[in-house]
Design a protein. Structure first.
Length: 184
């Protein structure tokens, strides 16, 4: 069994939030979803926090730099403005470089709850099929809903968006074009 380690800057850290922090998030910020979260066993909730941390680290490029090169996770970071990408008044105030910020703890708890209901890393139902036909009956899939919604759902994105950039999965419909070539 994997043990949840949420010590900021640790070489063995595997979660941005403790189980108590995630429970508090669901009790105060997401009370309607608290029962969904709390009906899972503690060990399951811890595994979900670890997985959500892993997904955030793999799919998000945060502003600033890791404080220590030997820390396991992207946070704590140095050089990340408190106002994130919207810092434009010329006077920058930075997030503490020795702790995990609250927005990231909340995002971790939110994604962990989403993972209870949906495997965001899996292919959507019907992926790869356009139509299935048997004995006079046919099922045609709408290609537009076969595209993955992405690993980081919008409820999690809203916590993280001003502190970095989402790196969507390859099969996601969202994202940016890195290079475009125009031929005339």
């Amino acid at each position: 069994m994997t043990t949840l380690v949420s010590t900021a800057g640790s070489e063995t850290a595997n979660s941005y939030a403790t189980l108590a922090e995630a429970n508090l998030f669901h009790q105060t910020v997401r009370p309607a979803d608290e029962t969904v979260w709390l009906q899972e066993a503690e060990s399951t909730r811890e595994r979900l926090l670890i997985m959500s941390t892993r997904l955030i680290d793999q799919h998000w490029q945060f502003i600033g730099l890791k404080k220590n090169t030997d820390q396991a996770l992207q946070w704590p970071r140095q050089g990340c403005p408190k106002d994130g990408r919207w810092s434009n008044d010329g006077t920058l105030d930075y997030l503490a470089d020795d702790t995990i910020p609250q927005f990231l703890k909340d995002a971790t708890g939110e994604l962990a709850r989403v993972l209870i209901e949906t495997d965001t890393t899996g292919d959507p139902d019907g992926a790869g099929f356009k139509q299935i036909a048997m004995a006079g009956m046919a099922v045609t899939f709408d290609a537009s809903d076969r595209i993955s919604q992405g690993v980081i759902r919008s409820s999690v994105y809203s916590f993280l968006r001003k502190y970095g950039y989402y790196k969507p999965s390859l099969n996601s419909s969202s994202g940016q074009i890195g290079i475009a070539r125009v031929i005339r």
